[in-house]
Design a protein around this ligand. Structure first.
Ligand SMILES: Cc1ncc(COP(=O)(O)O)c(C=O)c1O
Length: 463
């Protein structure tokens, strides 16, 4: 495929329809690093700037509208600006929810709701303000609890940008996922981060056998996100539970994407596998900066009463921790999902399935092989996630290695060309796809598949 030629043509079409966004971007570049605050939002050649967002769609400064599957980094399970949250939250703000600095009651109900939905007893919750912080504190709690230094994580797993987890996120040719990701993280810390392959029980067993006594925790996403929207097998998670227990390793589930995405609870309840600590974020804040660490009492005690002569983990909270407005918004969101679970989750799952199948067929009709990931498995049956991959080699696309190795998948085609091509057709995606929300009606899903079909025709010209 002539990818450079394709990209040039797509870029020119994008520039034609977004002159005002370019103007705004020029202004932004002068005062902000690369013109913004989040790299994923700053695509090439420049991002559009939004003028409005409602439900499934966003409007840009040039008045182009796009069906959006990024949906607030997958946090907007009810779409942009959902009426149910705006209305009730507005009332609560009127009554004084716009405050931080004191203990307020909405956080108690949110914690109760989380524990109840997770079906957990003997666990406690502490809220913070980002997924990055929730996973970082989880790791610190595990280190303190075990007195060990090493952290085991999955290659391709993104848990946010804390120094303890900035290794093994991006695929590097010839090296795979065995790489540090950022300057500014000490070599000592990088040595303590060990990488295992997602859903590979043999590799996990080997590492725990060889290094188990030095490992404080094993952190993973049961349904991996940026690593490829792939569900772990039940056997793998059961094995992970059994082996971590045997080796005295704290098991941490990162449920920041999977929490309340597939059912009105953590995906851990579907697997029936209980971690020692779990991190939640994104949609539990109802559009606000909320994350939570949910952990066994004994481990959570490390941040308050670790025992005589031992230092506590300084998981003390920040200015905006458990902000009343955020907690209220989170509660409105979770209550809505819980009350309407029987309608919401099957519908999201069906829409996800229709999209994945429809996109594969649209490309197949043009003679281009596409394989969507995001499908569930025998445990996770209602997946609303989708990633669109262009396999180059025969592969089951079962691991982050498959998804991100340019010898296995045409990564630039997915990440760069598909993005621009779909923007040209009024659809906004990240990693070739994204997450369906309740605002994506049947009509919107149908229009999306039509857009992919048009893109397939364009791509065919460059194959
Ligand atoms: C699985 C997972 N964990 C952690 C994070 C970090 O969360 P935050 O961006 O809120 O810091 C993300 C963010 O995308 C994520 O997808």
């Amino acid at each position: 495929m002539n990818i450079d030629g394709l990209l040039r043509a797509l870029e020119s079409g994008y520039r034609d329809k977004t002159p005002k966004s370019l103007e705004i971007y020029r202004r932004a570049e002068k005062v902000m690093v690369k013109g913004g605050s989040h790299t994923l939002r700053l695509w090439q050649p420049y991002p559009f700037f939004i003028a409005g967002a409602a439900g499934a769609e966003v409007l840009d400064a040039d008045e182009n509208s796009y069906i959006d599957y990024w949906q607030g980094h997958y946090a907007n399970i009810l779409g942009h600006n959902p009426e149910v949250i705006r209305k009730e939250l507005g009332e609560q703000i009127g009554k004084g929810a716009l405050q931080t600095g004191f203990e307020a009651q909405p956080q108690i109900e949110l914690a109760e709701t989380l524990l109840h939905q997770l079906g957990l007893k003997g666990y406690k919750v502490r809220f913070t303000t980002s997924g990055t912080l929730a996973t970082m504190y989880s790791v610190m709690l595990a280190k303190a609890h075990t007195g060990r230094e090493c952290i085991l994580k999955v290659g391709g797993g993104w848990h946010g940008a804390s120094p303890y987890l900035l290794k093994g996120v991006k695929y590097h040719a010839g090296v795979g996922f065995e790489c540090g990701e950022s300057a500014g993280v000490s070599a000592e810390i990088l040595k303590e981060i060990l990488i295992t392959r997602f859903d590979d029980g043999d590799d996990l067993a080997r590492i725990l056998r060889e290094k188990g006594k030095d490992i404080a925790c094993f952190i993973l996403e049961p349904f991996i996100g940026v690593g490829g929207f792939l569900p772990a097998s039940r056997e793998y998670l059961e094995l992970a539970r059994r082996l971590t227990e045997e080796h005295g390793v704290v098991l941490i589930f990162d449920e920041i994407i999977s929490g309340f995405r597939f059912c009105p609870s953590g995906v851990q309840t579907l697997y029936g596998v209980r971690p020692d600590l779990a991190a939640f974020g994104k949609l539990i804040g109802g559009g606000h900066a909320v994350s939570a660490v949910v952990g066994r009492d004994k481990i959570m005690e490390e941040c308050e009463a670790p025992g005589p002569g031992r230092m506590k983990v300084l998981f003390e909270g920040g200015t905006f921790s458990a902000h009343s407005e955020y907690m209220t918004a989170g509660l409105i969101m979770l209550k809505h999902l819980i009350e309407r679970a029987e309608e919401i989750y099957p519908r999201l799952g069906q829409a996800g399935e229709r999209l994945r199948r429809g996109i594969e067929t649209a490309f197949a009709d043009e003679g281009i092989e596409v394989r969507c990931t995001g499908y569930g498995n025998d445990v996770v049956r209602q997946s609303s996630l989708f990633m669109v991959n262009f396999p180059l080699a025969k592969s089951g696309l079962k691991s982050p290695e498959d998804i991100w190795d340019p010898a296995v998948c045409a990564v630039r085609l997915r990440e760069e060309a598909l993005k621009l091509a779909l923007l040209g057709r009024g659809v906004h995606v990240v990693h070739g796809g994204g997450a369906v929300s309740t605002a994506h009606s049947d009509d919107v899903i149908g229009r999306t598949i039509d857009a992919y079909r048009e893109v397939a025709k364009t791509f065919k010209k460059y194959v």
